[in-house]
Design a protein around this ligand. Structure first.
Ligand SMILES: NC(=O)c1ccc[n+]([C@@H]2O[C@H](COP(=O)([O-])OP(=O)(O)OC[C@H]3O[C@@H](n4cnc5c(N)ncnc54)[C@H](O)[C@@H]3O)[C@@H](O)[C@H]2O)c1
Length: 349
């Protein structure tokens, strides 16, 4: 019996970093087939095809420059070929693209394949919140787990110590996924509260935008700590209102919860672009293009999705930080509204 075939669906900054880990574990463990495919949306970089560069130089020079991928990670531009026969699929495209990726994959998956979403974001459905893992499950019919944590891709690729959380409903699958992804410097905890793990990953990006606004306005670390604390309170309240299953408070103490929130509010791209937004007055779209070189922002679109869900449920007033971030990004409200929202937060009334 051969090992399980692994495919990484996506090859951005995080997709490439996780391919590095999964590739090197697959190469040394008999549980997995040696070759790990990575689906790459083809593009030209310096007049060459990105897949050719990855397969010859073993480096994603556009999205994860400076880090070598193991040679058993094979870049494939054809999505169906990349995923053919896969037993484990790691989904790691920006959340706005997952619907169209799944539509292409529909009907081409092994029935007992297992998926893991590393995608941070949410979508809205007719009844409110839709998790990305639910979208994948509904479209492809495969069982889904999630992996979320304080995992800035460049640091993970640089093998700097960090922790992460796998949320899975089937604990046996959770152990196999841990085997695929754990390294001495990437420690995996498996919990069964998968929906909460996923919600944390999406919501923290919105809080990080608020933290970036404070940085851009010249406020200090005390203010940012208040954003983080109030943001965490809103994350917990949102999860309790909108998760289908039980929400364990302990999940917020895992890497996917408070740790990811802190790292994103200090180091992530959402914070960085929000700071520039407050300093320059340029639009989010403009700054995304100028600063991120093809990488995608998750915080502002997630704030818009949350806002629509909260409006639908008549709950906008209970989430002032999420709402302020949305209104500043998309409705032309002044950035200083983020401070007003902290001063008048229901927590202080
Ligand atoms: N980068 C990080 O540090 C990090 C850490 C943890 C989680 N995440 C999450 O991982 C997910 C993927 O982020 P990333 O950092 O790997 O990507 P990225 O933002 O670095 O790169 C963008 C990727 O999107 C692809 N893309 C562009 N247009 C597309 C389309 N139409 N269809 C499909 N793909 C398209 C590009 O080819 C590129 O691979 C996001 O949900 C993000 O929140 C990122």
């Amino acid at each position: 019996m051969g090992g399980k075939k692994v495919c990484v669906v996506g090859s951005g900054n995080w997709g490439s970093a996780i391919a590095k880990i999964a590739g090197s574990n697959a190469a040394r463990l008999s549980t997995f087939e040696n070759q790990v495919n990575m689906w790459v949306l083809e593009e030209e970089v310096g007049g060459r095809r990105l897949t050719d560069i990855i397969n010859t130089e073993h480096e994603n020079v556009k999205y994860l420059p400076g880090h070598k991928l193991p040679p058993n990670v094979v870049a494939e531009p054809d999505l169906l070929k990349a995923c053919a026969g896969a037993d484990i699929l790691l989904f790691v495209v920006p959340h706005q693209f997952i619907g169209q990726v799944c539509d292409q994959l529909k009907g081409h998956m092994k029935k007992d394949a297992v998926g893991v979403s590393l995608i941070k974001g949410v979508d809205e459905g007719p009844d409110g919140l839709r998790l990305i893992s639910d979208i994948i499950h509904e479209k492809l019919g495969i069982e889904m787990s999630v992996l979320m944590g304080a995992n800035i891709a460049n640091e993970v690729a640089g093998e700097k110590f960090c922790e992460t959380t796998i949320g899975c409903k089937n604990i046996q699958h959770g152990q196999t996924l841990k085997e695929l992804m754990q390294t001495p410097n990437f420690r995996v905890t498996v919990v069964q509260d998968a929906d909460t793990v996923e919600i944390c990953g999406a919501l923290k990006n919105v809080v990080a935008v608020g933290a970036g606004f404070c940085d851009g306005l010249g406020y200090g670390d005390n203010t940012k700590a208040a954003v983080i604390r109030l943001g965490l309170m809103e994350m917990i309240a949102f999860a309790k209102l909108f998760c289908k299953g039980p929400v364990a408070s302990s999940t917020f103490l895992e890497s996917c919860g408070v740790a990811d929130l802190i790292t994103t509010c200090y180091g992530g791209r959402n914070r960085k672009v929000a700071e520039a937004f407050a300093r320059t007055g340029k639009t989010i779209e403009q700054l995304e293009k100028e600063i991120l070189n093809g990488q995608k922002l998750q915080g502002p679109p997630t704030s818009a999705e949350l806002h629509r869900i909260l409006k639908l449920k008549n709950m906008v007033h209970k989430f002032p930080l999420f709402t302020a971030v949305y209104q500043i990004c998309y409705e032309g409200k002044p950035v200083t509204d983020v401070i007003k929202c902290l001063q008048n937060h229901p927590e202080h009334m």
